[in-house]
Design a protein around this ligand. Structure first.
Ligand code: SF4
Length: 559
């Protein structure tokens, strides 16, 4: 029992004894039951194990789950910190209703049944009056794979809104334009060159699962190149740190492309097979022979202006450094794993070109869909099918998809309060979830103005574990669980492999293990979680039944 252990072996999770670290130097044994779940503190959904102290019945600590194929037992600090969220003295424990004006802080505790009955009634009325699109679910980080979308479809409302237009939308469309997948899945573990733009160790997509593979590859000899104006964690760990001026990253990538073409270090067979070079020649070089033999000269000509010297002037990175990394990239065909997310794409005009130009380097090095290269996310994400899928939506919501923005790649969420202020529509019931728009958006006071006005937003329901600038101005604040208190399935392209993670209320599961009996399916997770903390999925199911109690609206059949 005192031998050092890396992780408790799976077959002893229900009866695991170890010394109490806090009792040191006394050797006090503690017996635990370990219950797995997945983290909800970023999108990576790493595996967690909750250690229930069998004497007190409380969670003593939360650590990594070695069985999780992406995180492999390793987490960033936010994973084990789930215990701080669970036992946080200031967390919201019960459903609350604002009795005074929004922002007055006059809250009264209500029951879940009251919340469901009141919300179910008002949503039913909206649907009966054909005002479906006045019900909106505005989510920042869903942390689950599509259950909420299924709910909205079953309700017949085009009510999904996101935060993506101020986040990943630009990077996504850059990738989409190349390969029809809007996210990369980088095989860092097997790469020989790792090239990162705004995708940082423990601070960018996909946090720890990426970080551990990047560092492992580097320790096996891979070269890590980091493009970042800041000397970030990644910059400090990188073999080459390229501190570009913000917004010039695309030019840097094209300069590297120029050098690969000039040196002849590009993968002709890959380009011949997978790139629509015929269209390129026909559109831009119609006077050249329309055969692949013309492509090299055409590409060289097309990218001739992206010299390292010009790149130095524009990006601030020295021409010598650009040449140095281009030589390294050119020496490792098919093993170039790259990633771009958010900052460079999101924070600059034309930022969508960053991912687009970066992926051009993958194409030139033939590192697409290869071991050690970069794939489309769909290759590695296991998209779970929802049970009993709802029918396609019969409605279009002009508040999130206004027709004057036909090229918008995601909902025009940033403009929602402006549309409300212009009188383009109103919201009967607005759910905010993992989203703090008053804080997140640059024009927070415009959001505040709209969210405070009951003529524009009749009822605002904040589904949240914690207080925020936005939840303070809601009509209902309904406490939602953290990673150890809710049920979801999710899968992400964390590495070259497919997996699906199951998140669960560890309190509910611990009850089953302790008693040796399954809990009744009629029980809800808020009956096991601290206080009356609940979760979205069970909340949506029960709310759907309240909206359509006798099934006559055709909603209840889906739940
Ligand atoms: S990387 Fe993300 S999912 Fe993994 S432990 Fe950290 S916060 Fe949780």
């Amino acid at each position: 029992m005192t031998d050092l252990q890396k992780y408790p072996p799976h077959d002893r999770w229900h009866d695991w004894t170890e010394l109490d670290a806090k009792a040191w130097p006394d050797k006090v044994e503690r017996n635990y039951t370990l219950v797995p779940t997945t983290c909800f503190n970023c999108e990576a959904a790493c595996g967690l194990l909750a250690y229930f102290d069998n004497e007190t019945g409380a969670i003593a600590k939360i650590e990594g789950n070695p069985e999780h194929p992406a995180s492999r037992g390793r987490n960033c600090a936010k994973g084990p910190a789930t215990i701080n969220q669970i036992y946080d003295n200031e967390r919201i424990m019960y459903p609350l209703k604002q009795t005074g004006e929004r922002g007055s802080g006059e809250w009264e505790r209500i029951s879940w049944d009251q919340a469901l009955t009141e919300l179910g009634g008002r949503i039913r009325t909206a649907f009966e009056e054909d005002r479906h699109n006045e019900v909106m679910y505005h989510v920042g980080r869903p942390g689950e794979d599509g259950y909420a979308d299924r709910v909205l479809k079953a309700w017949g409302t085009d009510g999904h809104n996101s935060h993506t237009n101020i986040c990943s939308s630009n990077a996504r469309i850059g990738y989409q334009s190349w390969m029809g997948h809007d996210r990369p899945s980088s095989d860092f573990a097997n790469a020989e060159v790792i090239f990162l733009i705004s995708s940082h160790l423990e601070a960018g997509h996909y946090f720890n699962p990426h970080a551990q593979r990047i560092i492992e590859a580097q320790s096996k000899g891979a070269t890590v190149i980091c493009v970042d104006p800041r000397l970030s964690n990644t910059g400090s760990k990188a073999d080459h740190w390229l501190p570009t001026w913000p917004g010039t990253e695309a030019f840097l990538c094209l300069s590297i492309a120029h050098l690969l073409l000039e040196s002849g270090n590009w993968e002709r067979d890959f380009v011949r097979r997978w790139v629509n070079w015929e269209t390129f020649l026909a559109e831009l070089y119609p006077n050249m022979p329309q055969t692949f033999d013309s492509v090299e000269a055409a590409l060289k000509d097309h990218y001739s202006e992206y010299t390292p010297e010009r790149a130095e002037y524009i990006t601030g990175v020295s021409a010598d450094q650009i040449r140095e990394v281009a030589v390294i990239i050119g020496k490792h065909p098919t093993k170039f794993a790259s990633h771009n997310w958010r900052a460079a794409g999101a924070g600059n005009e034309g930022g969508w070109q960053v991912a687009r130009c970066l992926f051009f380097l993958n194409v030139l090095t033939g590192s697409v869909g290869t071991e050690g290269g970069t794939s489309g996310n769909g290759w590695n994400k296991f998209a779970a099918h929802q049970p009993k899928g709802a029918p396609p939506l019969p409605r279009w919501n002009e508040l999130s998809w206004p027709q004057e923005f036909p090229l918008s790649y995601h909902e025009m969420s940033i403009l929602l309060p402006h549309f409300l202020n212009e009188g383009r529509g109103k919201l009967d019931t607005y759910f905010s979830r993992v989203y703090n728009p008053i804080w997140t958006n640059p024009d927070g006071f415009t959001w505040l103005e709209a969210l405070k006005d009951p003529k524009k937003v009749h009822c605002h329901v904040a589904l949240t574990p914690t207080w925020s600038e936005t939840s303070w101005f809601a009509d209902y604040v309904l406490p939602m669980g953290v990673g150890a208190e809710r049920h979801d399935v999710s899968s992400y392209e964390t590495h070259a492999g497919r997996w699906i993670g199951f998140r669960q209320s560890v309190f509910r599961r611990y009850e089953e293990i302790k008693t040796g009996k399954p809990v009744s399916p009629h029980k809800r997770s808020h009956e096991f979680n601290p206080g009356e903390v609940w979760e979205e999925n069970e909340f949506w199911i029960d709310l759907s039944w309240k909206i359509d109690p006798d099934g006559s609206m055709g909603i209840r059949q889906w739940f």
